[in-house]
Design a protein around this ligand. Sequence first.
Ligand code: SF4
Length: 244
Amino acid sequence: MGKGWIHSVESLGTQDGPGIRYVIFTQGCPLRCKYCHNPDTWCMVDGEQIEVEELMEKILRCKVYIDKSGGGVTISGGEPTLQLEFIDKLLTRCKEEGIHTAVDTSGYLDRDDFKKVLEKIDLVLLDIKQIDDLKHQELTGVSNEKILDILKLLEEEKQDFWVRYVIVPGISDDIEDVKKLSNLLAPLKYLKKVELLPYHQLGVHKWKDLGMKYELEGLEPPSREKMEEVQSIFVDQGIEAVIK
Ligand code: SF4
C-alpha cells in the first residue's frame, strides 16, 4: 500500500523529537483517551489519502533545515502503527535519503508487528498514559498490557526511545503511580529521556465540534509545583526527565 491516511503535516515541528522535524500526523487511533486533543484523528477515513512519494517530495524540500538542526521526520498520530505498511514504506524512503526517523506511538500493537519496522526507526517516542492498568482502561478504554510489552521489546531490541507521560490532575498525577512508573523505567538502558507534558485543554473545542461530550470539562492544568514534584521522582532514579 503506497497510500496512507493522514490528518495533517507540520513542516517545522519542534515538539516531537530532536531538532526541527517534519511531522506527519496519521489518521486513525484504537485508543479513546479522555484528554485527547486530536479526536478528529480517531476515524481513519476522515483523513486525506496521500502517496509515500508525494509526501517524500514535501519532506525533501525541508531537508536542508532538518539536517542543519539535527532533526528528522516524526510519524505521529492518531496512531501511526495502525498503517504499518504505509509507515514501513515511508520509513524506508527516509532512511534511503539519510533522514533521522522517529515514530510517536501509544504502543498499542503486537510486538511482532512493531518488530517489522523497528530497524528503520532511529527513535521511538512511547506514550505511556498510566502504569496502573485499571486506571489506564478508565482513561483510554484499553488495557496497558500490550503497551508495557512494547516497552520490554524496545529494551530487548536495543532500540533508543523516549517515554512521554501526560500529567493529568486526579488521573495520572498520583505520586505512587509515578513512583511505580519510574521504578519500571530506571533500569532500562535504551530509555534516553522522559518527557513530562502538562495536561491542557487546547483540543476541547474539537470534541464540541464533533458533537462529543468532553468528560474533563473544567479540569485545570497541573501546577508547576506538581510538575516539578513528578520530575524529581524520575530524576532521583537517575532518569533524564524534562518538563515540556
Ligand atoms: S492515543 Fe493519542 S490520538 Fe489516540 S486517543 Fe490517545 S491521545 Fe488521542
